[in-house]
Design a protein around this ligand. Structure first.
Ligand code: HEC
Ligand code: HEC
Length: 202
């Protein structure tokens, strides 16, 4: 009898803990005030539709800010959306995933590109300092190193002496067939700054 009472207490405690956990989880995932407001009024109509899919599907578990505050290449977004889609409870079909990637890529090349620190460079000029930040935010160090920082499997030290700016651009957006470098979809303005940085690596 005593044992039964004890196990009841244990069960009650566990249930209590579960309920408490549930409440915390809801508080964490249920309410997510977004700081970033997207105004789609001036957006092309297909992007407006893509935004609606994004706002609807990607706010289920966390805020839209989780995506709006990050910078990724189009491929990076495709990977992330794929990762979210793989969670069965996300209920995102392939067409919706495609629309979401479309919106995120547009947001990247328009709103976020405009927000990037106005470098000391004049319009039309490139900035190696901005390029260095982009090098980090596009995740290049996950595969490359500079001065020993990052993935030393492929060091980019001295690349500025070996390749011209034009060659570097091509290597990034259209690597030679058979290369294990992924083709990166990067807006032209970012690419110019990125290459401006790489050419300083002498
Ligand atoms: C079923 C719940 C769920 C849905 C729906 C969902 N996410 Fe997530 N998301 C998560 C979880 C859990 C994490 C944290 C774990 C991880 O990163 O894999 C996360 C993490 C992220 C991150 C990483 C945030 C960071 O700080 O690095 C991004 C970006 C993201 N989600 C974007 C999206 C986008 C875009 C969508 C819509 C396609 C989406 N999420 C829909 C559950 C979800
Ligand atoms: C998933 C890993 C990966 C990522 C991410 C990546 N690279 Fe690469 N990159 C490589 C590999 C591997 C090579 C070597 C190519 C080969 O084997 O032919 C390479 C080659 C290069 C080269 C040519 C180097 C040479 O010596 O000819 C440049 C330049 C370059 N990457 C720049 C970048 C930049 C800039 C970024 C970020 C925008 C980036 N890479 C992101 C894996 C990656």
């Amino acid at each position: 009898m005593r044992r039964i009472v004890q196990s009841r207490t244990v069960i009650a405690t566990c249930l209590g803990a579960l309920v408490a956990f549930g409440a915390t989880a809801t508080a964490q995932f249920g309410s997510h005030p977004d700081e970033i407001k997207i105004d789609t009024r001036s957006y092309p109509s297909d992007v407006k539709i893509s935004y609606k899919v994004f706002a609807n599907k990607c706010s289920e578990c966390h805020g839209l800010d989780s995506s709006l505050k990050q910078t990724r290449s189009a491929q990076g977004w495709r990977d992330d959306v794929g990762r979210m889609q793989a969670m069965a409870s996300s209920h995102i079909n392939d067409r919706e995933a495609e629309a979401i990637v479309k919106f995120l890529a547009y947001d990247e090349s328009h709103r976020k590109a405009a927000l990037r620190p106005a470098s000391s460079a004049k319009p039309g000029e490139t900035s190696a300092a901005t390029g260095k930040q982009l090098y980090e935010s596009y995740g290049c160090p996950s595969c490359h190193s500079v001065a020993g920082l990052g993935n030393t499997a492929s060091a980019l030290d001295g690349i500025g002496s070996k390749k011209s700016a034009e060659e570097l651009k091509r290597l990034i957006v259209a690597p030679p067939a058979g290369s294990s470098m992924p083709a990166m979809e990067i807006p032209a303005k970012d690419l110019d700054n990125l290459v401006a940085y790489l050419t300083t690596l002498k």
